[in-house]
Design a protein around this ligand. Structure first.
Ligand code: B1M
Length: 212
C-alpha cells in the first residue's frame, strides 16, 4: 500500500499516533504537500464523513479521525507556510457561532499564511460581534467565515447584515466557505465572496483586496 493510502487508512482508524510519522514518511519520499493533504488526509476524512452519514460509525469515531487529521496537518504546516514573506494584509478568520468544526478553517488559515497573509484566527463558535469588532480593532479589511452545519450557516448572514447596519460595508469585505455553502448561498446572505476550498480562499481574498 502506498504511503498516501496508508495515511487515509490510519485517519479512518482514528490513529493519531501513526498519522504524523506517516505524513513525515510521505514528505521524505518527496511527495508534494498538496497531494499529501488532498489524497492522504482529506481523502481519509471524506470516507469518515460518508460512513458517519450512513450511520456506520459514531461521533467518537469522527472525533478520533479529526484528531488524527489535525496531527497530520501539524506535520505538513511548515511546508505550506513560508516564513519571512511581506504581509499581504490582515484577515480575521473563524468558524461561526454554534459550530465547532475547525479543521477546514485551520486549513484556510495555513493556506492564507502560506500565501503571506496575516491571519487573526478567532477559533470556532465565533459571534458576529466578535468577528466585526476584532476586524475593526486590528484594522483588518477581510472577515473570513467557515461553517460546516446547515444550521449555523445563517450566522454568516447575521454578520453581513450587522456590517451593513453599522455602515461598515465599504471598510469590511466578507468571504464564506464550508461544505454546506455555495456561490448562490453566499450571494443570498450578502457575502462579498465564496470559496469552495482553502486554496481558492486565497485567490478570492486576493481579488477582494484588489477591488475585484
Ligand atoms: Co460533524 N458534521 N458534527 N463533526 N463532521 C459534518 C459536517 C456532517 C456533514 C457529517 C454528516 O452527517 N455526513 C454533518 C452536518 C450535516 C449538515 O448540517 N448538513 C455533521 C454533524 C451533523 C455534526 C453534529 C451535529 C453531530 C452530532 O452532534 N449529532 C456535531 C455538531 C457539533 C457542532 O459543531 N456544534 C458534529 C461534530 C463533529 C466533531 C466535533 C466530532 C468533528 C469536528 C472536529 C473538528 O473540526 N475539530 C466532526 C467532523 C470531523 C465532521 C466531518 C466528518 C468532517 C469535517 C472535516 O473536518 N472535513 C463532516 C463530514 C464531511 O464534511 N464530510 C461532519 C475535512 C475538512 C478539511 O473539510 O471542513 O469541509 P471542510 O473544509 C473544506 C471546505 O469545506 C472548505 O475548505 C476545506 C478544504 O480545503 N472550507 C472553506 C471550509 N471552511 C472554509 C472557509 C473559507 C473557504 C473554504 O473561507 C473563509
Amino acid at each position: 500500500m502506498g504511503t498516501l493510502s496508508e495515511i487515509s487508512k490510519q485517519i479512518i482508524a482514528g490513529d493519531a499516533s501513526s498519522v504524523p510519522s506517516l505524513t513525515q514518511k510521505a514528505i521524505s519520499e518527496g511527495l508534494p504537500a498538496r497531494d499529501i493533504l488532498q489524497e492522504g488526509l482529506i481523502g481519509g476524512m471524506s470516507v469518515i464523513g460518508a460512513k458517519f452519514k450512513a450511520h456506520e460509525i459514531f461521533l467518537p469515531d469522527v472525533l478520533m479521525a479529526a484528531r488524527a487529521m489535525q496531527a497530520g496537518m501539524d506535520k505538513l504546516k511548515p511546508l505550506l507556510i513560508k516564513e519571512d514573506v511581506p504581509s499581504l494584509g490582515k484577515v480575521v478568520l473563524g468558524t461561526v457561532r454554534g459550530d465547532l468544526h475547525d479543521i477546514g478553517k485551520n486549513l484556510v488559515s495555513i493556506m492564507l499564511k502560506g500565501a503571506g497573509f496575516e491571519v487573526i484566527d478567532l477559533g470556532n463558535d465565533v459571534s458576529p460581534e466578535n468577528f466585526i469588532d476584532t476586524a475593526l480593532e486590528n484594522d483588518a479589511p477581510v472577515v473570513a467565515m467557515s461553517a460546516l452545519l446547515t444550521t449555523t450557516m445563517p450566522v454568516m448572514g447575521e454578520v453581513t447584515d450587522l456590517i451593513r447596519q453599522r455602515g461598515l460595508d465599504k471598510k469590511l469585505k466578507t468571504i464564506v466557505g464550508g461544505a454546506p455553502l455555495s456561490n448562490d448561498a453566499a450571494r443570498d446572505m450578502g457575502a462579498n465572496a465564496y470559496a469552495y476550498d482553502a486554496a481558492s480562499a486565497v485567490d478570492r481574498i486576493r481579488e477582494l483586496l484588489s477591488g475585484g
